[in-house]
Design a protein around this ligand. Sequence first.
Ligand code: HMG
Ligand code: MG
Length: 289
Amino acid sequence: MNEDRRVRITEVGPRDGLQNESTLVPVAGKIAFVDALGDAGFPEIEVTSFVSPKWVPQLADAAEVMSGITRRSSTTYSVLCPNQRGAEAALAAGADKISIFTSASEGFCRKNLNASIGESIERFRPVVDLARTASLPIRGYVSCMVRCPYDGPVDPEDVLGTVRRLLDLAGGDIEIALGETLGVAEPDQIEAVLDEVASVVPVSRIDLHLHDTKGMALAGVDRALQCGVRAFDSSCGGLGGCPFAPGASGNLATGPLLDMLEQGGWETGVDRAAVERAAVIASRITGRV
Ligand code: HMG
Ligand code: MG
């Protein structure tokens, strides 16, 4: 692969996609979906979340899913953890990478984690310690990079503020993923946030996690590529959304993202035909076909 043209895709459908389904998808269906995504050659698949089943019943089977999937050595199987309990369960389940998640806005953080941003960071301390002890990489999500469903427009300086807190928490050794939770951003807004955050993290190390409510996500990717971003999240079949972000719809869909990247001469190493096969499974297990 030509490293200069390389773009890294994290497939988040099994986690961000299935957390937002109104019906509960059986464990076997989730395993089939993750394994089909593994066949497609994604460098990373976000499999599930070790969160409270009272808050997200859709992912209450996290440990069973993790134990049922077939691992590929070239794929990182990552999971979300909100607290120490989640991290302990994730490690026991053999997660390859731990993702903590907070927000640039207080309103969303409160609804999503029942905590202020500061409290969420305190809860992540033991998560980071456990991940470090197990030599696992850590991702830190910052949701609401341009707009919060509760607090309205978000200032790029607030995104920077939360990014700094995550960097401080992890001694700088953390992948920063900027979440456009509502899927409403214009490319200029994405660029403004990237410009702000670039003062503390090289843009080439930022991951962009876009939802696509307004159909602007691909335009956002295009601009982010121009700004130097080389890592994006997407969801097979465009599933996705956060139960605590009213109005948000699916993630940026993987298929169209791959098509756009290929047309632009970018290389992902992901097998487009295998993504289609996984999308068929996603439709089936979520009852869309
Ligand atoms: P809480 O109610 O404040 O905390 O929830 P708690 O400690 O009182 O726990 C409540 C119950 O959950 C207790 O059970 C705990 O034991 C249990 P009870 O005693 O009542 O029977 N519990 C757990 N169970 C399993 N695993 C755990 C765990 N922790 C507690 N880890 C808490 C606080 C953080 C737990 C809750 O708010 C929570 O789980 N939130 C998760 C929310 C979530 O998953 N949101 C979606 C992911 S974020 C997202 O989608 C955005 C993103 O995609 C980026 C973007 O788009 O911007 C990442
Ligand atoms: Mg999301």
